[in-house]
Ligand binder design. Structure first.
Ligand SMILES: [Zn+2]
Length: 465
């Protein structure tokens, strides 16, 4: 049990460590945003003729835009974008730079914290990249715009260049964050999302400019825009839902065609898996068939990764259930209930056995030893590198020694054995640096069920005596 707990702590520590570079990036982006504050505060040009809006109206707009992001599908790929550029463009004309920045941060923060319920890191990173994007937009806009009236072409252009500049800065920050999180950089993917981002920026900026112009004529007239924009959004959502329905139907149709046209079930399953892999761009697709009586050994058909294929091979549906079932068989045969399963690197069961020393009059007939003997015979090798042994109880001295001699890669056991366990309880053989083979050990997997089975067996045996 302790081993498991320490495993979890290690995983948690590793996860935290892997997030450190993204926190560092967030700090750098925030520092950039703070450094840009003085030029933003100085960019005080106002565009005469533009309607003035209070900052909280804009904050509401930003909150709405972030609450309903759009997920656009194009040629099988998903692109998500939000309508916050419309509000940004409106803000460039309708308020002072610092008020626009405050509205952006307050509105987006409300949406991220209360509606989308993002984690601390995502909120911090998103606010930092939006802040720097909005500041860049403000500086660029005021460098190009002329205080010569809302409708001038130069001011339209200034808004377009400003929104595009903000978009590029934000995409760079996001691309760096994704590269840090995934550990690799995909130039093609990043370029594609940048182009998509810029396209949606241009469309949103155009919409934003229409809102600015209508607003400047009369604020009441903006009500006229609500209808057309709502219709476009509803039509768009309906299109997305129809599109995914028709994709689902096409998949079902092709799948039944493949299964119907195949020579036999195995070939049909394999063809179906190949098709599923292709459709979902998946590395690997597999189907496990199992009996409905809770059998722990199933039959696996698998396609991928690469050219790898196999059909209806026995596999452990659930290794813990498999060893527990074997231990139950041992108990029914009057043996101490211990079950063991040896699994290959691809998850295929190579051998399974339960304790047999009493019936065979053989002190070495422990489940682990019997499983090792079967696997060695099948593979024609006295060494079994790369295999994993699952067993209900922590192995004894003899079995731990045999696992090391067989060069077993990994041991997974259920309950520790305080009286005879040689892996973590009585001895810690796998950790001994004087031995030339390291056995990876994970304990406590299915511990309570394994222990219960053992206690029940001894309780019943005592009752019979
Ligand atoms: Zn043993």
């Amino acid at each position: 049990m302790q081993l498991c707990e320490s495993d979890n702590t290690t995983m948690e520590a590793e996860r935290r460590r892997s997030l450190r570079p993204i926190w560092a990036l967030t700090v750098v982006v925030t520092a950039g945003a703070v450094a840009l504050l003085p030029p933003v505060a100085r960019a005080g040009v106002t565009v005469p003729g533009a309607a003035r809006l209070p900052w909280w109206v804009l904050a509401g707009g930003f909150a709405l835009a972030e609450t309903f992001p759009l997920h656009l599908r194009f040629r099988g790929e998903a692109h998500s974008f939000s309508l916050n550029e419309i509000v940004l463009v409106l803000g460039l004309f309708a308020t002072t730079p610092l008020r626009l920045l405050a509205a952006q941060l307050a509105g987006s923060a409300v949406a991220l914290v209360f509606v989308r319920r993002q984690g601390a890191l995502k909120i911090a990173f998103n606010l930092a990249q939006w802040a720097i994007g909005t500041e860049i937009a403000i500086v660029v806009f005021h460098a190009i715009a002329m205080p010569s009236g809302t409708l001038s072409t130069r001011n339209w252009l200034a808004a377009l260049v400003a929104a595009a500049a903000a978009s590029v800065v934000q995409y760079v920050a996001i691309a760096i964050a994704i590269t840090l999180a995934e550990g690799h950089f995909s130039g093609r993917e990043n370029l594609k999302s940048l182009v998509w981002g810029l396209l949606s920026t241009v469309v949103n900026t155009m919409l934003g400019l229409v809102v600015v112009i209508v607003c400047s004529e009369s604020i009441a007239a903006t009500v006229l825009l609500v209808g057309p924009i709502a219709v476009v959004l509803v039509a768009y959502r309906a299109y997305v839902s129809e599109h995914s329905k028709s994709e689902g139907l096409q998949f079902l149709y092709r799948a039944s065609e493949l299964l119907g046209g195949a020579r036999d079930l195995e070939a049909g399953l394999l063809a179906l898996l190949d098709f599923a892999r292709e459709t979902f761009h998946a590395e690997i697709a597999e189907v496990v068939l199992r009996g409905d009586s809770g059998e722990s050994i199933g039959y696996r058909t698998c396609s991928g990764p690469g050219e790898r294929r196999f059909r209806l091979e026995p596999c452990a549906v659930d290794e813990v259930a498999a060893v527990l079932a074997l231990a139950g068989e041992a108990a029914r045969a009057g043996e101490v209930p211990v079950g063991a399963v040896l699994v290959g690197e691809e998850g295929k069961i190579l051998a399974h056995a339960h304790n047999f020393p009493i019936s065979l009059n053989d002190p070495t007939a422990h489940a682990e030893i019997l499983a090792l003997r079967q696997a060695a015979e099948i593979l024609g090798n006295y060494r079994l590198p790369g295999l994993t042994l699952y067993v209900t109880m922590e192995p004894c001295l003899m079995c731990t020694g045999a696992l090391i001699y067989a060069r077993i890669k990994r041991l997974v056991f259920g309950a520790p054995d305080m009286k005879a366990g040689a892996c973590v309880s009585l001895y810690r053989i796998p950790e001994d640096p004087r031995l030339n083979h390291r056995l990876e050990v994970t304990g406590g997997v299915g511990e309570s069920e394994c222990r219960e089975l053992m206690q029940k067996f001894f309780r019943e045996r005592r009752a019979k005596m």
